[in-house]
Ligand binder design. Structure first.
Ligand code: ATP
Ligand code: MG
Length: 254
């Protein structure tokens, strides 16, 4: 059973010639098959956590450890992280001009599986996955994220998720900007991956809306750069009713 373990993670960022500590000791364990939701106020460091796990060069790890199956993730290049089974879907997906969705998926799958998927079965696999996510077949030949609407970008991420079958997937606000139909389609995709029992999911979200479709095993409140409280699915309802004030007042600054 693959396990992502984050221990006492501290991360800084350089801004305006000053070093700012954003993550102040994050502890979190995500096991294959589990679904965790992270909720928390704007600017609390949720995306910073996602970027740090992705290996984004802007973020400096100043303390703590991250391991996947005991292997040091922080020592790995961005590529190695993907091959080890980490999947990161960013809040703002980047455009990849000149690379079609179909080529991008095949290259990624080749890197992760260690060999190129057989063309015949692969084409079928992609076609079926696109149908399940109600993605128009013409998207296969479009450049990755170029001119995609917000909702189309998010569907494309779930397409990657379903085809690449990582060990642990971190989805940063996959639900933002989705209309009700897209939210359902995207949630169904996440649930299919989840039902395989082989993927651990960390869902960063602002809305309990998506949690009606995807029932998390654990909910964590993120505030001021660390996890302030953890609980079950019922914690999300409490947050919706009461907001984050209890976690932010007096404690937000250092
Ligand atoms: N590259 C950067 N340069 C400067 N400041 C940054 C950078 N990245 C993050 N920060 C700061 O770190 C803090 C946390 O940002 P982050 O994006 O992680 O928050 P978040 O919890 O994802 O918020 P939201 O809910 O709005 O998406 C913010 O104050 C932000 O301005
Ligand atoms: Mg964010």
């Amino acid at each position: 059973m693959a396990t992502l373990e984050i221990r006492d993670l501290h991360v800084t960022v350089e801004a305006d010639n000053a070093t700012k500590e954003i993550l102040k000791g994050v502890d979190l364990t995500v096991k294959q098959g589990e679904t965790h939701a992270i909720m928390g106020p704007n600017g609390s460091g949720k995306s910073t956590l996602a970027y740090s796990l992705a290996g984004h060069p802007k973020y400096t790890i100043t303390g703590g450890t991250v391991t996947l199956d005991g292997e040091d993730v922080l020592e790995m290049s961005v590529d190695e992280r993907a091959r080890a089974g980490l999947f990161l879907a960013m809040q703002y997906p980047v455009e990849v001009p000149g690379v079609s969705v179909s080529n991008f998926l095949r290259t990624s799958a080749t890197a992760i599986r260690g060999e190129a998927p057989k063309l015949r079965t692969w084409v079928k696999e992609v076609k079926e996955a696109m149908e399940r996510l109600s993605i128009d077949p013409s998207f296969a030949e479009r450049n990755v994220n170029e001119g995609f609407s917000g909702g189309e970008k998010k569907r494309h991420e779930i397409l990657q998720l379903e085809l690449l079958k990582p060990k642990v997937a971190i989805l940063d606000e996959t639900d933002s900007g989705l209309d009700v139909d897209a939210l359902r389609v995207v949630s169904e995709g996440v649930n299919r991956v989840r039902e395989s029992g082989e993927v651990g999911t960390l869902l960063i979200t602002h809305y309990t809306r998506i949690l009606r479709y995807i029932k998390p095993d654990y909910v964590h409140v993120f505030a001021a750069g660390r996890i302030a409280e953890s609980g079950g699915a019922e914690l999300a309802d409490k947050l919706e009713a009461e907001g984050y004030e209890a976690y932010t007042k007096g404690g937000a600054s250092e």
